[in-house]
Design a protein around this ligand. Structure first.
Ligand SMILES: Cc1ncc(C[n+]2csc(CCOP(=O)(O)OP(=O)(O)O)c2C)c(N)n1
Length: 336
């Protein structure tokens, strides 16, 4: 394990950071740099492409290599051109959820269908963050944003499942809490021949304060959101003992905490699906029996309910577009 100065000196352009304090962008940059360093890739053979938004700033201008900062939603289109012309480039796209799944959603599904050898890191902060936190196609139902002050009336895409269904041959989802897994997934996606897609749940204290209705000083939010990513997710294939339940409050969460005192070790946590809830340790069935019907408990959720599934969703081999294009060019020229 090398220290941060090594990565900064070798890979980062020296400049003031454009990120808000506590932004998840720095974590993702860090994971990306560790991944390319571990793989021993030639920095001059990497092209980082981004669209517009906070996420677009992760590589550009931070990454001290070739970067292409393009237009909103069009990063994959530019990257497709670059990769088709120069297939030896390791081409990595950094795109926000608004950029990649909203305005650029069509490019995303078609790149997955074509299985072009691009690596797409889609940073899901659940809103159009740079412009003030408007609803994105990944904002959860009911969440409050500047464009949904009464709660989001729409339901989000499961962008990982969408890209998988569109034909991507490597698909994974992680969060900024899971930095080791994320770094390994970036390495795996780069080594995979074909369209590699990684969705990353990322913290944005500036906008998610409103989205998740988080109170308290701004500098307390980044670790809290990371804890929420841990609490509000589960990893496929990694068994969870499930010896706990969540009591979803009917009114105030403090009242719910009081109501379940003595049932087992209880604490207030932030949950992705249910908001602020009380987590109670103990035998899940017995706890559920005791809590069902309590005045201060609206609902009792188990260890995976309402949580986001993380992990590797797809990995298989199939013909890759730039190789197929080269094959056509050879045939058209009458070469073997
Ligand atoms: C064609 C076009 N429409 C709208 C904008 C305004 N705009 C700039 S950044 C942005 C939001 C980006 O959100 P997202 O892609 O989720 O990235 P984030 O900032 O959340 O990382 C918008 C709408 C633009 N630059 N170009």
């Amino acid at each position: 394990m090398r220290n941060l100065f090594y990565y900064r000196d070798k890979y980062v352009r020296s400049q003031p950071s454009a990120f808000c304090p506590g932004c998840g962008g720095g974590i993702i940059l860090n994971c990306f740099l560790r991944a390319i360093d571990d793989l021993g890739l030639d920095q001059d053979k990497i092209l980082a492409v981004s669209g517009i938004g906070c996420t677009a700033w992760i590589p550009s201008p931070n990454f001290n290599g070739d970067t292409l900062h393009t237009t909103h939603g069009r990063a994959i289109a530019f990257a497709t051109g670059a990769k088709a012309y120069n297939p030896d480039l390791t081409t990595v796209v950094f795109t926000g959820d608004g950029d990649g799944a909203g305005i650029g959603g069509n490019h995303l599904i078609h790149a997955a269908r074509r299985n072009i050898d691009l690596k797409v890191i889609l940073v899901n902060n659940m809103s159009y963050a740079m412009t003030g936190g408007q609803i994105a196609p990944t904002t959860m139902h009911g969440e409050t944003t500047v464009t949904s002050p009464y709660g989001n009336p729409e339901f989000p895409f499961d962008i990982t499942q969408l890209v998988k269904a569109a034909g991507a041959s490597y698909v994974a989802r992680w969060s900024n809490y899971h930095v080791i897994e994320l770094t390994n997934a970036i390495k795996e996606a780069i080594q995979h021949k074909g369209f590699g897609f990684i969705e990353v749940l990322s913290q944005c204290p500036t906008q998610q304060r409103r989205i998740f209705n988080l109170r308290g000083p701004l500098d307390s939010l980044p670790p809290r959101i990371l804890d929420m990513f841990k609490e509000g997710t589960f990893v496929r294939g990694r068994p969870d003992k499930g010896n706990y339940v969540y009591a979803v409050p009917k009114g105030g969460v403090d009242d719910t905490l009081k109501a379940v005192q003595g049932f087992g070790e209880a604490k207030i946590v932030d949950h992705m699906g249910f908001g602020r809830v009380v987590r109670v340790e103990g035998d899940a069935e017995a706890l559920r029996d005791k809590m069902d019907g309590l005045d201060d408990v609206k609902y009792v959720a188990d260890n995976v309910e309402g949580k986001v599934e993380l992990g590797l969703f797809e990995k298989y081999e199939r013909p890759e577009l730039t190789e197929s294009l080269r094959e056509i060019i050879r045939k058209a020229r009458g070469e073997q």
